[in-house]
Design a protein around this ligand. Structure first.
Ligand code: ADP
Length: 528
């Protein structure tokens, strides 16, 4: 009956939460300190599990396991094709357990389970398969050198990777870091975000399992113990311990927000990026890769189909139909509309937002937008909305919290936003669109490049010349023409400027986990 009332969708059933401890050397263990922390349901703020809280001592143990697995274990030594076969089976297992994993993730992150399954888990399996296929295509080159020598290069696994991931797509983030590191032959210590620790533990357990018959014995064993270690905990403790560890050989930190440190109680992630580089500089000079989010522009020209442009702007900012409440690092948070269609666009946009449904994404299939991930985020987004009002932007829609409990915010559109307003400059990471005007292509490009960040960008036009001009001139890691958010395992993802450096996905992602070694040999006998 409940399902009938709900358009045929059965009520969400919370999954059993089986893994809440640290995963070190293939075993679930308590934190050395015995401490735990709570992870909450963003729909209600209720505690869903207490999770072991890793700190420096636990990171030491995890790094030791990863170091041993790298220095003495089979993973870096087996052939790329064997690693690829094991990774493919890991991808199969992720898909087999997609429903349970989606339920777990939806509960922890407050997302729609069907969307989590299709997008978050679909991408994770896709990334594991892509890099499984890449594992046996890692090779060097032969160099002619001068007369009596020749050289070749080896691309060797770098060693122990430290992976620090955020909460907005926990399963995908896990896979897009772990998959290239595995393919390269690295071992790793991963710290999930404190808001969403559950899926990484579930995945680490899955990586260990095997299901297939008919493989040689060692291939049946899944990914060996010590290769993937997961230490849930907080940034300044567990995260900082990874970044400053003498035995970690590279660190990849990924976040979504360039928050101002003073806004709410936590440090902004641009600041965290700096801390991580500092920690590397002060310890063993490990290479660092950073993905720090952005303030991505979407430029709409007056020859665009207006309905399509409105719909695209809405999904690029709010994630239409995906219930992700603007929590995406590439979200188009600056929307520039050509002056000649600005008023029409604004009117259509306001109309469009009237049918936008905010609510519990786990139980209502009509919902476009769910709750923000936690109280801190919720307060932070509302803080920015207040700023927008005080700075004198026109509030076109939304602008308030909504719902009786949980962290819901109305989809908010500010119009007539000026370049120097805080809402136009800083990443809000919530359901807030900033609408601005431009006259010419050159002006639009100038405005788009007026940000220190350089992650995504979008352009909507039917004019190929205009599209090409924007594509070539805009400073960004990803540009979408007449679309947005389309990504896939083979597309390199990552920004420029203060959005960071180092790519996720695509063959470029492997580079971070590999060291190039040049080997020189004489052609005939030794000249000495
Ligand atoms: P956001 O919540 O905006 O993504 P955070 O930097 O707080 O930004 O979170 C991203 C990840 O980085 C999380 O796993 C978090 O625990 C971790 N983190 C936060 N501060 C530090 C730090 N000082 N050193 C290492 N990792 C950190």
């Amino acid at each position: 009956a409940a399902a009938e009332e709900n358009g045929g969708v059965p009520p969400f059933e919370a999954p059993e939460i089986r893994f809440t401890k640290l995963f070190i050397n293939g075993c679930f263990v308590d934190a050395v300190s015995g401490r735990t922390f709570e992870t909450r349901d963003p729909r209600t703020g209720d505690v869903i599990a207490t999770v072991a809280e890793g700190d420096k001592e636990d990171v030491d143990l995890a790094v030791k396991a990863a170091r041993d697995a790298f220095d003495h274990g089979e993973w870096p030594r087996m052939s790329g094709s064997d690693r690829g076969r094991i990774m493919t089976r890991f991808a199969d297992l992720v898909e087999r357990h997609a429903d349970e994993l989606a339920a777990l993730e939806s509960l922890d992150a407050g997302k729609h389970p069907a969307v989590t399954k299709a997008v978050d888990i679909g991408n994770a399996a896709g990334s594991l398969r892509y890099f499984a296929g890449a594992a046996d295509k890692i090779h060097g080159e032969t160099l002619k050198m001068q007369a009596q020598f020749q050289a070749y290069t080896l691309r060797e696994p770098l060693g122990v990777a430290g992976l620090i991931i955020p909460w907005n797509f926990p399963t995908t983030m896990f896979a897009i870091k772990v998959a290239p590191a595995l393919a390269a032959g690295c071992t790793m210590v991963l710290k999930p975000a404190e808001q969403t620790p559950l899926s990484a533990l579930y995945l680490a357990n899955l990586a260990k399992q095997h299901y297939s018959e008919g493989f040689e014995l060692f291939l049946q064993a899944g990914i060996p113990d010590g290769v993937i270690n997961v230490v849930p905990g907080f940034g300044p403790t567990a995260g900082a311990a990874i970044a400053s560890h003498m035995n970690v050989d590279m660190v990849f930190y990924r976040t979504k927000i360039n928050s101002r440190p003073s806004r709410v109680s936590f440090t902004g992630s641009t600041e965290v990026g700096r801390l991580i580089m500092e920690a590397s500089a002060r310890s063993n000079l490990k290479p660092v890769a950073l993905e720090l989010g952005g303030k991505s522009p979407l430029i709409i020209f007056d020859d665009a189909d207006l309905d399509m442009a409105v719909e695209l702007a809405v999904s690029a900012t709010f994630f239409n139909k995906m219930s992700w409440q603007g929590e995406a690092c590439v979200a188009a948070s600056r929307v520039y509309v050509q002056e000649s269609i600005y008023d029409q666009f604004e009117k259509k946009l306001a109309e469009r937002m009237q049918s936008w449904v905010v609510g519990d994404p786990l139980n209502d299939p009509r919902v476009n937008q769910g709750p923000q991930v936690d109280k801190a985020q919720y307060e932070r987004v509302l803080g920015y909305i207040d700023h927008g009002k005080r700075e004198g932007a026109t509030l076109l829609t939304g602008g308030k919290p909504c719902g009786q409990k949980g962290y819901y915010i109305e989809p908010t559109v500010f119009s007539n936003v000026k370049e120097d307003m805080i809402i136009a400059k800083e990443e809000i990471f919530g359901p807030v669109m900033c609408l601005m005007k431009f006259k010419t292509v050159e002006e639009a490009i100038g405005l788009a490049n007026g940000s220190r960040y350089g992650l995504g960008a979008g352009v909507v036009t039917r004019d190929l010349d205009v599209a090409n001009q924007v594509v070539r001139s805009v400073r960004a890691g990803l540009v979408w023409v007449n679309c947005y958010f389309a990504v896939s395992s083979d597309c390199p993802f990552g920004g420029r400027g203060m959005s960071g450096f180092g790519k996720d996905e695509g063959m470029h992602a492997l580079d971070k986990y590999l060291a190039v070694k040049c080997v020189v040999t004489p052609l005939r006998g030794s000249p000495w």
